[in-house]
Design a protein around this ligand. Sequence first.
Ligand code: GLN
Length: 488
Amino acid sequence: MELREFTALELGAAIKKGETSVPEATQAALDRISTQDKALNAFITIAGEQALDRAKALQTGVKGADSPLYGVPMAIKDNICTCGMKTSCASKILGDFTPPYDATVVEKLTEAGAVSLGKLNMDEFAMGSTSETSFYAPVKNPWDLSRVPGGSSGGGAAAVAAGMGWYAIGSDTGGSIRQPASFCGVTGIKPTYGTVSRYGLVAYASSLDQIGPLCRDAADCAAVLDTLMGRDPRDATSLDGPYGRLLETLTGDVRGLKIGLPSECFGEGLDREVKSAVLTMADALKSRGAEVMELSFPVIEYAVPAYYIIAAAEASSNLSRFDGVKYGWRAPQYDGLEDLYRKTRTQGFGAEVKRRVLLGTFVLSSGYYDAYYQKALQVKAVIKNAFDQAFRLCDLLLTPTAPTTAPKLAASLGDPLQMYLSDINTVSANLAGLPALSMPCGFDAQGLPIGAQLIAPHFGEGTLLNTAHAFQLDTNWHRLTPRGGKTI
Ligand code: GLN
């Protein structure tokens, strides 16, 4: 077996046992990047030399290492600050921004002995569902180069699927970890809001943003979350909790677990093959002793409009700091301060970001605030209530992650509304702050991965990961690689 076919935990164990070394694994990942990434464009920055230096230094500490992920090479989405390494958010406006500090998650990964291979491509400022709005050109799907990898963490999903690193750190505001995980056949989890520090994550919509991992399987996700979770005094929304024991909870025992299938997620607009793969997964869990029930979740109809109002409102405020004065790119020619702002923002932001800033400014403006923003907040409360009620009947919800498999490149760009609507199954978890996971559960007739989503009550990561783990014990969808791992 090639090193790249190992899961992150398997690689960590092999390093610990001396079967391979940190430099060897790092070199293998860099070699893979050099053969694959010209076609995939998953990376914005490849930090080869730095990674090899770090790998050599880490190798001397293998014996005394605590983390099961010690020495395992990974990569980080380009909206997470890395000290001394460009953090562009895939935007022209931050194209020359090198943070003077690390995000808390980066500090935690460094402490655990991670090797960073570099920074991952994404939709500009994490706004999008296809990774095509990047200033650095679109990411391609390793299963089919004519298709999108999903977004906004498309670089991370493509990198993990193509064996360019053993896991990736992404962010999820309305599905940006889960939907690309689904399109690329990897496992990704957005944890409960507040469990992972957002300090150093460039804010898109602060009340919805969460950092989380994209991995080969649920066990790897558990190990990465065990590293990342924890209260951080630098993020006032972060929460205390008993963290660090997710990996231990993976027994695969789902007997008596009640899984609800919201009928609205299996109706109109859902691809037939996606539907059948997700229902087959439900059956597999049933045969392991879980109880599967249908229930109704009618408020989901309002989730996309509420999400896009709240996300755009917060984005318009968060992105007001990019004005060409304090940091980032500045328009080369301008006439006075107003003109400096105008030209910098006009030329520095792409079309999708501008659309969101305009929409957000509109819904927050006096006269429209009550009609749109206030209303959206009310819908958010209704959705949260609906989840509370659903979780009185069942322990988890199971839905398709997205209504289809990966679309063709350029198919979504001309019709943003259609693209927004495809987020129907993922945005509710963010509105309610709930943990949610996407995992591979099959392929369509064109050979594209299909993803299933599990949603749990707050702090239900253990249940989510254990259920995914149970399914992964019985199936090998998560083990399959694009073109059997052959070079593109
Ligand atoms: N597609 C959604 C959006 O564009 C979600 C993005 C995300 O989760 N960052 O807002």
